[in-house]
Write a protein that binds this ligand. Structure first.
Ligand SMILES: [Zn+2]
Ligand SMILES: [Zn+2]
Ligand SMILES: [Zn+2]
Length: 257
């Protein structure tokens, strides 16, 4: 399985518009963060997780021309508003684009992009989603098993996901404040786990870096990664202070598991 981090930033991206803090002014490319999204690939299957507002730029940067499915973590705009850019992944396909989301997020997508989900949308080449409400149950996309992991984040139904293929596992939880007890076993002992590390201070809807590290130590993946980082997080400085098994994701990071 290969994981490509298309974006490792929070909803504002980094730099933040109008901010002149040290991270926003930094010339380190690892402090430039597009909105959070990953591509999960096996030899025969490609899954996009979330369609963020930077999707066009991400697809151009990494020459992404096709996906087999899109999966949504939740309805927040930094994870959904690149929806229309997925047209480019539909021009070459005759069938509908498989789309998986939880119940609330799917209802939200149907409202937001009603024309795409409409029965009247028969244009080949426009996004015609083959929508699935996974309702928290595991499902397959090609040869990759996808396990939804309910997490607490703000006031919206939010999922992280575990991807399993050829005996390897990758967990992706970009937005989380708290991990419910019932979800803990799903994220324990993975090969790689990438999780919300928004900021260096306590935050009411996201894990701070310190919260992330504490939870990572409990869940004990072989490798832990911060993602969905904001402008309080300086790449070099934060990496220096993380435990041995952890580092921070950055835009363009590709890992093979
Ligand atoms: Zn987010
Ligand atoms: Zn800043
Ligand atoms: Zn969110």
């Amino acid at each position: 399985m290969k994981i490509l981090f298309l974006g490792s930033g929070t909803s504002t991206g980094v730099p933040v518009i109008g901010c002149d803090c040290a991270v926003c002014r930094s010339e380190n490319p690892r402090n430039k963060r597009l909105r959070a999204s990953v591509l999960v690939k096996s030899e025969s299957t490609t899954i996009l997780v979330d369609s963020c507002p930077d999707l066009r730029q991400q697809a151009l940067c990494h020459s992404i021309t096709a996906i087999d499915a899109v999966i949504y973590t939740h309805e927040h705009l930094d994870h959904t508003t690149g929806f229309d850019d997925m047209r480019a992944f539909c021009w070459r396909r005759t069938d509908r684009l498989p789309l998986f989301a939880g119940t609330d997020c799917l209802a939200h997508l149907r409202r937001m992009f009603a024309w795409a989900f409409s029965e009247k949308n028969t244009y080949q080449g426009y996004i015609r989603p083959d929508a699935h409400d996974h309702a928290g149950r595991p499902f397959m996309v090609g040869d990759i098993e996808v396990i939804p992991v309910p997490v607490l984040h703000a006031t919206v139904e939010t999922y992280g996901y575990v991807f399993r293929h050829a005996g390897r596992s990758f967990g992706y939880v970009p937005d989380i404040k708290e991990l419910p007890a019932a979800s803990r076993p799903l994220l324990a002992g993975l090969d790689v786990l990438a999780m919300d590390g928004l900021t260096t201070q306590e935050h009411h809807t996201h894990l701070s870096v310190a919260d992330n590290v504490a939870l990572m130590q409990e869940l004990a993946p072989k490798q832990g990664l911060l993602t969905h980082c904001g402008h309080k997080v300086d790449y070099e400085e934060i990496c220096r202070n993380l435990p041995e098994f952890m580092t921070s994701a950055y835009d363009g990071l590709e890992i093979e598991i």
